[in-house]
Design a protein around this ligand. Structure first.
Ligand code: KIV
Length: 284
């Protein structure tokens, strides 16, 4: 297992102070978490995007707290030292402040998360404040917020016009004032991300598809490694085509089993002659 030091809040803020970009990826399972830990990823988001990437839904809306806790706990087992973020799924925080605190607490107590993330701006400031007051570090999420995809008119760039951009800046201020230690900006223009980052006080700004000016970058693991079959978003560079590697391997497996070239003697276990002879006698 990895011997790196646990990523803490002071360590993240120290990266920001030293203008060192923070690395963040989504992750949903134990083996991938192990690889991300080995690669030294600073922050891991167990996103409710797992509804689409892992469970094959059309949106993130059907994802439950039980889904999230199970996947977050698996990721924690694989990545004990990364800063782990549990993504609060649809309707786990919207109904009330109390619901939000209870479900945020579940991520910490049952999955070993270091913080939680929720979507929304000023209208969610009371949830953010209450969770932060409970001692749980909170991340806000602005711009393209997939739980509101229907209201936003689809998975598309947000904050293109001046008024919409101003609302993102106001929402970022409201979230920071409410106690968010970090804000994720998803799919907003680069200059909007730059303005939010420049105006942030004691708040880390992470960008996803929002240009180079944030304090760090987040990508969805499945997009970055060729593992999501339905769609390849422009914002995600493919850093390695794991999908192609696995597909080639699967084709080779089918071929070798079909042609009886697998398994080879190095893949099976024999039995001593005397034991086999004894077995034959027992069977008559
Ligand atoms: O669920 C998720 O992975 C997210 C990212 C899209 C930011 O919220």
């Amino acid at each position: 297992m990895s011997d790196r030091k646990k990523v803490t809040l002071p360590a993240l803020f120290s990266k920001v102070a030293q203008a060192e970009p923070i690395t963040m990826l989504t992750c949903y399972d134990y083996p991938t978490a192990h690889l991300q830990e080995q690669a030294g990823i600073d922050m891991i988001l167990v996103g409710d995007s797992l509804g689409m990437t892992m469970l094959g839904y059309e949106s993130t809306l059907p994802v439950t707290m039980e889904d999230m806790i199970r996947h977050a706990a698996a990721v924690r087992r694989g990545a004990p030292n990364a800063w782990l973020v549990g993504d609060m799924p649809y309707m786990s925080y919207q109904p009330s402040v109390e619901t939000a605190i209870r479900n945020a607490g579940r991520f910490m107590a049952e999955a070993g998360c270091d913080s939680v993330k929720l979507e929304g701006g000023a209208e969610m400031a009371d949830r953010v404040a209450a969770i932060a007051r409970s001692g749980i570090p909170v991340i806000g999420h602005l711009g393209l917020t997939p739980q509101s995809v229907s209201a936003l008119g689809g998975f598309r760039l947000q904050g293109k016009g001046a008024a919409a951009a101003k609302k993102i800046l106001d929402d970022a201020k409201a979230l920071e004032d409410a106690g968010a230690f970090c804000i994720l900006l998803e799919l907003v223009p680069d200059r909007v991300c730059q303005l939010v980052t420049e105006r942030a006080g004691h708040c880390i700004i992470m960008g996803l598809g929002s240009g180079p000016h944030a304090h760090g970058q987040l990508l969805i693991y499945h997009d970055a490694f060729g593992l999501y079959p339905k769609f390849a978003p422009r914002m995600a560079k493919v850093f390695g085509d794991a999908g192609a590697v696995i597909r080639d391997g699967l084709e080779a497996y089918v071929r070798e089993v079909t042609e009886r070239t697998f398994p080879g003697p190095e893949h099976w276990f024999g039995m001593k002659d005397e034991e086999y002879d004894e077995l034959s006698r027992m069977l008559g």
